[in-house]
Write a protein that binds this ligand. Structure first.
Ligand code: SAM
Length: 432
């Protein structure tokens, strides 16, 4: 059977990138790969400052079809003005290449930039190292894990994904998400905060209206994003996003510009604020009356500055604890974090750990009275029908006890003594 003209010609799909714009790439078609690259470099004048290079090239049977299919598949990652320009980072580059190579009209790969390929694997491993990859046993990692003493650690992507994906999709639809504690947006996973990454990757699926992320220009540059604060804004699927560097802007969550975004633009705030400024951060977020999903210390529910927020229903525990973070060397460190939110959680999975039964049915080993005759119950047991105050661990509050008709009695930690011996701190609660 005679081949048609388009099948006879050399047809190629390529991905090319300018060294000046690593966050973008151009995906196009050509009959002559050598000439196309020369044209790009001649267009701007190939120089030290700007060089176009291929990231990927391949031969195909019908380049126009593949180009059109790419445009359709990734319409949300294309620039509106210049339709061949796509958002690019190692993750999306991988996705583009996978799409092209699995297309029925793909013939063969000609070139793929090896460095990037290697880097992608390295980045993923560094972000999510398994114990096996690290050559460690669980016991060793627990021994190695240090308590985090300062603010300079990263949230792991999997923790962000695990929590945020548990909220109903409708809460995100047409909303402006604001990530305001060093949620940098760089060119790859290493230089992008996991919050920014999650929303960039799920922008379309969540139906977001806008994503705004700020980079904090502090002493330690966790994401290697430079000494100037910036505001990254992505408006709509088909916009790649732009960075603004306002004069004298340090990216702090309490900078007037950040507060303006919070109060005038944002619908939902998501981030992991610095533990050292958690009190101020909570005060500002709660006063803004905006929705939030944030990470903070697991003990907040028994710490005086926060307890009135839980009491008044202005803050609720989120779904999950966060037990590990990554330090700037990307090593796993343990820390007792938890998610907090003010978005109602209808069916809290962990409330099944609360065993609300008559006091007489609670096993003896999980109920006792302290030296001041206060009842202490443990292991998730809650005495139903008990009229007086009693002490429970923080875990019961995190598992949703305040949503089950109980209230906090005092806004401070309760430290029981049993036979003169100090026990760990709890909180006093009472049936409403
Ligand atoms: C716990 S880290 C989290 C970083 C990143 N958001 C993440 O989740 O991986 C807290 C970050 O807040 C930054 N930070 C410290 N003070 C800040 C401030 N006043 N405003 C905004 N960010 C601040 C720290 O430099 C640090 O990068």
């Amino acid at each position: 059977m005679a081949k048609n003209k388009s099948e006879q010609e050399n047809q190629y799909i390529y991905i090319v990138q300018s060294s000046l714009e690593p966050s973008k790439c151009k995906i196009g078609k050509t009959n002559d790969l050598d000439r196309r690259l020369k044209e790009y470099n001649n267009m701007t004048g190939k120089s030290k400052d700007n060089v176009y290079a291929y990231l990927f090239t391949c031969q195909v049977k019908n380049m126009a079809r593949i180009e059109a299919d790419m445009a359709k598949q990734f319409f949300n990652l294309r620039e509106e003005k210049s339709r061949e320009i796509y958002f690019c980072n190692p993750h999306w580059f991988n996705v583009y290449v996978k799409f092209i190579k699995s297309h029925t009209l793909f013939v063969k790969e000609i070139f793929i930039k090896q460095d990037d390929k290697k880097q992608i694997v390295r980045i993923i491993r560094k972000t999510t190292p398994t114990l096996k990859e690290r050559g460690l046993t669980t016991k060793e990692i627990l021994q190695k894990a240090q308590k985090v003493k300062n603010d300079e650690f990263f949230t792991r992507y999997e923790d962000v994904e695990k929590e945020l994906s548990m909220y109903p999709k409708r809460i995100w639809r047409n909303k402006v998400v604001f990530c305001n504690c060093d949620d940098a947006v760089g060119d790859d996973e290493i230089t992008t905060s996991p919050f920014a990454l999650y929303f960039l990757e799920n922008f379309k699926e969540l139906g977001l209206k806008k994503l705004i992320c700020t980079h904090f220009a502090g002493n330690v540059d966790l994401f290697n994003q430079g000494p100037r604060g910036y505001i990254f804004t992505k408006t709509g699927y088909s916009e790649i996003g732009t960075k603004e560097y306002p004069r004298k802007y340090n990216g702090s969550f309490d900078h007037p510009l950040s507060l303006k975004i919070l109060n005038e633009d944002a619908d939902i705030v998501c981030t992991n604020p610095p533990f050292s400024r958690a009190r101020d951060y909570w005060r500002i977020i709660i006063a803004s009356r905006k929705k939030f999903i944030i990470i903070s210390n697991i003990t907040n529910v028994k710490n005086q500055p926060y307890m009135s927020y839980f009491e008044e229903g202005k803050a609720l525990p989120g779904y999950n604890s966060v037990n590990y973070f990554l330090n700037p060397k990307r090593e796993l460190v343990s820390a007792a974090g938890h998610w907090y939110t003010n978005i109602p959680i209808k069916k809290r999975p962990k409330s099944r750990h609360l065993k609300i039964i008559p006091l007489k049915d609670i096993p003896a080993k999980y109920k006792r009275y302290d030296d001041s005759k206060m009842l202490i119950v443990d292991n998730g047991y809650i005495p139903s029908g008990y009229k007086k105050s009693f002490a429970v661990s923080v875990r019961s509050i995190l598992n949703g006890l305040l949503e089950k008709g109980y209230k906090l009695v005092e806004h401070k930690e309760y430290v029981p003594y049993v036979n003169g011996e100090r026990c760990f701190g709890r909180v006093l609660v009472k049936k409403v």
